[in-house]
Design a protein around this ligand. Structure first.
Ligand code: R5P
Length: 298
């Protein structure tokens, strides 16, 4: 029996693309808020003995989480054989250490909560920094997909003579992969975070790259501070205004005009539904939903 994908509110467009590609088909789910803010969830499809997946990107997770858990529990109560969480953006990965005494280790706590509710996890480019692998904190099989080949394809199709630039040392993991696939050089800036919305970047000697077109690649834009500062830093070294590729666009509309002024193009993947979406991860998600369940754990 073929599996079914259920879309939480706000995820319908990507879910439609995934089921259009197949092999899993769309399940029906009604979800809304009561006037007092509590969640209402109803499963509209027959899921008895069927593998199921819930598509729910986890940008701004606090307001989505309970509804998601209710949907997972409803599927199980109706006899679903398994419930996979497809979270193209996986939240709570950045507090992966206690930077000050007494802080909640939210990466680990959130992983425990998700592992309790779901049988499997599928995600795209989780922010792995001090944890090298999701298996260090998730107790369920996790399939980690990488958008680097899609970003490299965008660079190949859109930028002549590129140089790929990562804003900090964490970014080297994907920047190096994209550069190799796009047959371009890369470099990584040095970042010091001063606060939630404030960073300082330092560049190595850039003189030999002056003729190249810079493409800054980051996994997340949240406040926009990193990209604005990266652009300032490059221009201070007489490098052109960069294009910017982003995996998870978490920033609100107010930040967009600042980013537009700091970049010649700003393109994101659709792991989070956003006006800057230009690269789709639907095919790579559909590819791991095979006839037998979700393949490729790890
Ligand atoms: C940092 O660890 C991430 O890779 C991003 O660079 C960061 O989350 C971007 O945040 P913001 O847009 O607030 O500077």
């Amino acid at each position: 029996m073929v599996g079914m994908v259920f879309a939480m509110p706000g995820n319908e467009r990507l879910a439609a693309e995934i089921v259009r590609i197949g092999p899993w088909k769309a399940g029906g789910l009604e979800a809304r808020r009561f006037p007092d803010g509590e969640s209402y969830v109803r499963i509209l499809s027959d899921v008895a003995d069927r593998r199921t997946a819930i598509l729910c990107t986890l940008a701004r997770p606090d307001s989505r989480f309970l509804m998601l858990v209710f949907a997972a529990r409803a599927l199980k109560a109706l006899g679903a054989r398994s419930v996979t969480l497809i979270a193209p953006y996986l939240s709570y990965m950045r507090q992966d250490a206690r930077f000050r005494p007494g802080e909640a280790l939210t990466a680990r706590h959130f992983a425990e909560l998700i592992s309790r509710e779901f049988d499997r996890l599928v995600t795209v480019d989780p922010h792995l920094h001090r944890y090298r692998d999701l298996r260090e904190i998730y107790e369920i099989p996790a399939t980690t997909l990488h958008s680097a080949p899609l970003l490299a394809e965008w660079v190949r199709n859109n930028v002549e003579d590129p140089i790929i630039i990562g804003p900090d040392s964490e970014s080297e993991q994907w920047v190096s992969e994209i550069a190799e696939a796009a047959d371009a050089p890369y470099l990584v800036l040095e970042k010091r975070r001063l606060g939630d919305r404030s960073v300082v970047l330092k560049a190595p000697d850039l003189r030999r790259w002056g003729h190249r077109r810079p493409v800054v690649v980051d996994d997340i834009i949240s406040s926009g501070a990193t990209i604005v500062e990266a652009s300032r830093c490059l221009r201070a070294h007489r490098i052109a205004t960069p294009a910017c590729l982003i995996v998870h666009a978490l920033f609100p509309d107010q930040v967009r005009s600042r980013l537009a002024a700091a970049t010649v193009a700003l393109v994101s993947t659709n792991t989070v539904s956003h006006p800057t979406n230009g690269i789709s991860v639907a095919a790579m998600i559909a590819a791991v939903l095979d006839g037998d369940g979700v393949a490729g754990a790890g």
